[in-house]
Design a protein around this ligand. Structure first.
Ligand code: ADE
Ligand code: ZN
Length: 325
């Protein structure tokens, strides 16, 4: 086994929520600029305050209230990508949401997207990090909002906005209710992923595969509860965007040792590693790699393997794919 600090290896990240990556200090500074109190967002130590998944989503959306315009998002993208680059991330895919960027208004959305892309370009020039964006629907906003999000995502589909996905409250409605939104996004040529198998069990992953037809699943870890579903993931080559530190923080698993990422990988599932919402879950990519090495004995060649899988599953052009790794 290599003795290199795994935290120092190059990394590919496929699952990072832009607003969920905002450092608490960044949100606090914007709140101060705007004279907003942001009650209940921070704990006594100045970190994001939440107790369970539903509470986490509530705090998340409350913190978003200070992200008021394109300029705030440009600054946020620059800050998040500077941090990712410092953690050794060479390629990243970041979730954004039309419902959060302009509340679904198409003119505002186009301005937000321009600012987000500008932020990514300046981060690339400053730090060499390559970024693509996955535009997402928020599940608990319902199917109509999801279809509107898909249409807005289709309008900006191109070389920077390359995917469509869905996060939010997994217990809300069924995957089939969002099939039309995903069909619109697929038709526009966007790569498809969706959160499933994080809060809900294997049936949620199976329904997502059946009705939304993604090439990747956000989380998907609870597939481990169904051997048939694990085999299906292997057979269909579905890539999981696994966020172990997030799952442990949200008590999907009681600790790292019981997390199924290593078992899924050994069963032949294509797993990748990401942070989800790092400051909320007190993690970063260096920490994830170090914990995987510590708990499962993953070595440099294992990380090289998952990064290869991630780049093969990345929503980017072939030139970028081969240039990154
Ligand atoms: N939005 C931000 N983080 C999320 C997560 N872990 N699950 C679902 N929706 C999210
Ligand atoms: Zn997520």
């Amino acid at each position: 086994m290599s003795h290199t600090d795994p935290g120092l290896l190059p990394k590919v990240e496929l699952h990072l929520h832009l607003e969920g990556a905002a450092p608490p200090d960044f949100i606090r500074a914007l709140a101060a600029e705007q004279g907003m109190a942001l009650e209940g967002v921070f704990d006594a130590g100045g970190q994001y305050a939440w107790t369970d998944f539903a509470q986490f989503l509530k705090t998340y959306h409350r913190a978003c209230e200070v992200l008021r315009g394109p300029e705030e998002f440009r600054r946020l993208v620059e800050a998040v990508l500077a941090q990712s680059a410092a953690d050794g991330v060479v390629y990243t895919e970041i979730f954004i949401a039309p419902d959060i960027c302009g509340g679904g208004d198409p003119v505002a959305w186009a301005e937000y997207v321009a600012a987000i892309v500008e932020g990514a370009q300046s981060a690339r020039a400053a730090h060499g990090i390559e970024a693509r964006f996955i535009s997402t629907a928020v599940r608990n906003f319902g199917p109509d909002a999801a279809e509107r999000a898909a249409r807005l995502s289709a309008e900006v589909a191109g070389d920077r906005i390359t995917g469509f996905g869905m996060g939010g409250e997994e217990r809300h409605l069924r995957a089939a209710d969002f099939a039309r939104a995903f069909a619109i996004a697929r038709e526009a040529g966007l790569g498809i992923t969706s959160h499933a198998g994080e809060v809900c069990g294997p049936e949620s992953v199976a329904e997502t595969l059946d009705h939304l037809r993604p090439s990747r699943i956000g989380h998907g870890v609870r597939a481990i509860e169904s051997p048939d579903l694990v085999q299906r993931l292997v057979d269909e080559g579905i890539v999981l965007e696994v966020n172990p530190g997030s799952n442990v923080a949200l008590s999907v698993y009681p600790g790292w040792d019981s997390h199924p990422i290593d078992r899924l990988r050994k069963a032949g599932v294509q797993v990748t590693v990401s942070t989800d919402d790092p400051p909320y879950f007190h993690t970063d990519m260096k920490h994830e790699y170090r914990m995987l090495a510590h708990h499962f004995g993953w070595a440099a060649e294992d990380f090289a393997d998952i990064n290869r899988i991630a780049m093969q599953a990345a929503f980017c052009d072939p030139q970028t794919r081969s240039a990154v790794l």
